[in-house]
Design a protein around this ligand. Structure first.
Ligand code: HEC
Length: 145
């Protein structure tokens, strides 16, 4: 037992705060989310975002999201510079193809250990769904470009 414990301790002391691999951490978060959402993961926007309004969502986005994710939603807002991990692109080829239910969950609960806050504390469920509907509409528009 001690034969293994000492080298492990030395490794731990040599690098007490190894840099976080955010790509792997994000992938693990998405995988966990996929499992916990079950069938809802594959539900379409018509189901998940039924009744949500993009016009109201746009206002929420411009007030609370654009400074990090950018007014074009590609992740380069004025506050994004030097942020680790950086805000993710929400539209375009570099976005992670997350379904609507995953976006609702991530906006509500945030991404622990990053600048992405749990907006569900400040927003109503309607505001979360409105802002996701806006993001979803922009994503669809970007795909037609
Ligand atoms: C202070 C900067 C900041 C603000 C403001 C912000 N975000 Fe984020 N957002 C981030 C960062 C950083 C990440 C990446 C988190 C990660 O790596 O897991 C992120 C991730 C996300 C994700 C998950 C993307 C993915 O691929 O995992 C979504 C969806 C999202 N943000 C939407 C929003 C919306 C909608 C708003 C406004 C209500 C918002 N964000 C406000 C910084 C921000």
């Amino acid at each position: 037992m001690t034969r293994f414990a000492l080298p492990l301790l030395l490794v731990a002391c040599a690098d007490p705060t190894p840099p976080v691999d955010h790509t792997a951490r994000r992938a693990a978060l998405h995988a966990e989310l996929k499992q916990s959402l079950g069938d809802t993961w594959t539900a379409g926007a018509d189901q998940v975002l039924e009744g949500a309004r993009t016009d109201r969502g746009e206002k929420v986005y411009n007030k609370s999201c654009g400074n990090c994710h950018g007014t074009d939603l590609r992740g380069h807002g004025p506050r994004a510079g030097g942020m680790t991990p950086p805000p993710q692109p929400l539209v375009g080829p570099d976005r992670t193809p997350l379904p609507p239910a995953a976006l609702v969950h991530l906006v509500t609960h945030g991404s622990p250990g990053t600048a992405m806050a749990p907006w569900g504390r400040a927003f109503s469920e309607t505001q979360v769904r409105d802002v996701v509907a806006f993001v979803w509409a922009k994503k669809a528009a970007a795909e037609l470009e």
